[in-house]
Design a protein around this ligand. Structure first.
Ligand code: CTP
Ligand code: MG
Length: 224
């Protein structure tokens, strides 16, 4: 494999409600992170995996993942971007393609990992999996009055894993000032081009209790 995958998993999961850090919450009898890492590790291109864990859970995460795949565990930071930077610093020499994923996208198929990696290999600096936006989107003022309707055909909902040439991701993180919610955004700020490829509905981000229930249903019915 020529790909390293960073899996930021250090978030609290506030929107999921009270409980353990989100990556360690159970989904069909196993922590979210175990599902996510198993799928990543099954992608043939993957050479190494670096997980950023909550500081209090680093040892538990290493123990959880050891039987699933060889992973390096680092301690994450206060923002996703800091967690990604910590994981990036621990990538071994070798892989020239780096994918940045979310532990919260626990049901992401291995085929999506492969297709993003293939697009980077084909020559793009940065690649993001996207889905069309299905809802009508309004721009709204602070007082909840509608300002207008946005042209949805030009919009995409962005998922992970996002793929990068290693040098491009390293430069984007080195130049980063304000935290962004995704890594391709850092490349955009540097003036780099970012290519969209088709995403997957199974790569949904488990954010709220509804998403966890949906993911559990998909697993228990054998769909994912
Ligand atoms: N993440 C991280 N370090 C942080 C914040 C987030 O590694 N300081 C990770 C999360 O663990 C998650 C991914 O980034 O896998 C996407 O973030 P999100 O879905 O927002 O997860 P949380 O931040 O945990 O959730 P919430 O915002 O509801 O607290
Ligand atoms: Mg968050």
């Amino acid at each position: 494999g020529d790909v390293a995958v960073l899996v930021p998993a250090a978030g609290a999961g506030v929107r999921l409600g009270p409980g353990r850090p989100k990556a360690l919450r159970f989904l069909a009898g196993e922590p979210l992170l175990a599902h996510a890492v198993r799928r990543v590790a099954a992608a043939p291109s993957v050479h190494s995996i670096v997980v950023a864990a909550p500081v209090a859970e680093a040892a538990a995460v290493a123990e959880l993942l050891a039987p699933i795949a060889p992973v390096t565990v680092v301690v994450g930071g206060a923002t996703r971007q800091e967690s990604v930077a910590a994981a990036l610093a621990a990538v071994p020499a070798g892989p020239e393609i780096i994918l940045v994923h979310d532990a919260a996208r626990a049901l992401t198929p291995s085929t999506l990992v492969e297709s993003v990696a293939a697009a980077v290999r084909a020559g793009d600096d940065a690649v993001i999996p996207v889905l069309p936006v299905v809802d009508t989107i309004k721009e709204v003022a602070a007082d909840e009055l509608v300002l207008g309707t946005v042209d949805r055909s030009a919009l995409r909902a962005v998922q992970t894993p996002q793929g990068f040439r290693r040098v491009v991701l390293a430069a984007a993180h080195a130049a980063a000032v304000d935290p962004l919610t995704d890594d391709a955004g850092l490349v955009e700020k540097q003036g780099g081009s970012v290519r969209c490829v088709p995403g997957s509905e199974y790569a949904l981000k488990i954010t709220r209790p509804f998403d966890l229930a949906l993911a559990e249903h998909l697993l228990l019915t054998g769909a994912a």
